[in-house]
Design a protein. Sequence first.
Length: 264
Amino acid sequence: IVVIKPCCLGDLVMTTPLLAVIRRAYPAASITYVAGTWSKVIPEHHPAVDTVIDCGTVGIPGRYNLSDYRKLVSTLRHQHFDLAFVLDRSPMLTLLPLLAGIPRRVGPDSLGRGFSLTDRVPVSSSPTHLQHQAEVYLDLARAIKLPIDAPRMRFEPTARERQSVSRPSRLRVALFTGGGSNPGMDLTAKRWPLERYQELARRLIHELDAQILLIGGPGDVPLNQQLQDALGIQEDAIINLTGKTSLGELAAQLEQCALFIGND
């Protein structure tokens, strides 16, 4: 079985309930996930997935060429998959399993873009019929009569990643001041103003004796350093891990937090 969803992080997290459903329905199957370099960390941290194929930038509009696409088709063809779940509405991606010779191909059909699928699952594009994206993916399982048993989104840090985290001796609150970035897109307007985070952090420390965990990627380092400098509070009240953790290590850190406050 192959699951295809190249991008991006949040979207791949929302595919994890479907992964659990597929694994329960096919306990002996080998499950492969095709994901982009930016996002492959998500299936790498899910127990239902046996193998991850890094498809690079294939699937990100304007970021790949025909040669990249043909290489991915060849890779899939040599794996001899029996069943494919395509979790993307792009006709270029729904076409992949057909070109790779996969006999059964399940995926969403929005505006006729799922023409190359054997099991086309209607997806409404109407703003009056909104559906959580995880439910859209689960509809693919429902369409081929797989049992659904209240699956949840899941990201599982490894034992090694968990061992690197110490248990807090006080209330720990994670602040994610940055974000809003994906390959080819920056939406910094989604961020809450930094001065609001500053006021919030100060109150958490003084009123609740909380320890603040500042998190983010390398691009968020200046923002969080600005926040830390503006607070001017003793070092033990703030842990700045911005740009210093992998996503798995970050997840292990968040498991020890009582509260996470971040942006869209």
